[in-house]
Write a protein that binds this ligand. Structure first.
Ligand code: NI
Ligand code: MN
Length: 224
């Protein structure tokens, strides 16, 4: 599987037969290097409805026919724009052609850019091709990350930006709770309010036993 970082919280996962996008925020993203037309996904997973996560979802889904995988509130809202979806709520999951998706809690807020309530914000666990990936969405540190760890997380995508999510110190504590093999920091350096020293965070993670940290530049990919 190839994981490509799209900047901010955006990720592309390319498996043997599918491309899955998570939180594809590209058009108004000052650090993004991809155009929305660069992707032809079968599924778009959304952690929540804030504009910096919803991003280009509607345009991408309409062009590609991708199914949106998210909360019932988000799937219902996007359905009124003619986008197909599959609805979940926290703790629920389902099987897809590319693997299994399970939604986790996230401590955050959740509304659409027009103010419509978007349901509870979520994180997501994706199990595909023998790899278990946890994308935390936008969240504070919370102790139940220790329960998420029991699933055996290979790759954890964790926000470090501070201001709107946990910052580097709490993200480091999250790494201790989740104990993944690989950490990829997200949700930083997109805007001035969330500028962080990712290299310093990576050094702090590397000091923990058996965990590596890969800060990725937008457009950079990792083979899993
Ligand atoms: Ni948010
Ligand atoms: Mn955000």
């Amino acid at each position: 599987m190839k994981l490509t970082y799209l900047g901010h919280s955006g990720v592309s996962l390319r498996t043997a037969g599918h491309e899955v996008l998570i939180d594809p925020f590209l058009t108004d993203n000052p650090v993004a290097v991809h155009e929305p037309d660069a992707f032809d996904p079968s599924h778009v997973i959304l952690t929540h409805a804030h504009g910096d996560h919803l991003g280009d979802t509607v345009a991408i889904a309409k062009r590609s026919g991708a199914q949106v995988v998210s909360s019932a509130e988000i799937v219902g809202y996007l359905g009124r724009s003619g986008v197909s979806g599959r609805a979940f709520n926290i703790g629920g999951g389902g099987d897809f052609p590319f693997g299994r998706v399970t939604f986790t809690p996230a401590w955050h807020s959740n509304s659409f850019p027009d103010g419509t309530y978007g349901g509870m914000p979520m994180g997501v666990i994706i199990e595909s091709e023998g790899v278990t990936i946890y994308h935390a969405g936008d969240t504070a540190l919370f102790s139940d990350m220790a329960l998420i760890a029991r699933r055996g997380i290979d790759v954890a995508l964790l926000p470090i930006g501070d201001t709107f999510t946990m910052g580097p110190d709490d993200a480091l504590e999250a790494v201790r709770l989740i104990a993944p093999k690989v950490v990829i920091p997200i949700h930083y350096d997109t805007f001035e309010a969330i500028e962080q020293d990712a290299a310093a965070f990576a050094r702090a993670v590397a000091a923990l036993d058996g965990i590596t940290c890969h800060p990725l530049a937008p457009g950079e990919a990792l083979d899993l």
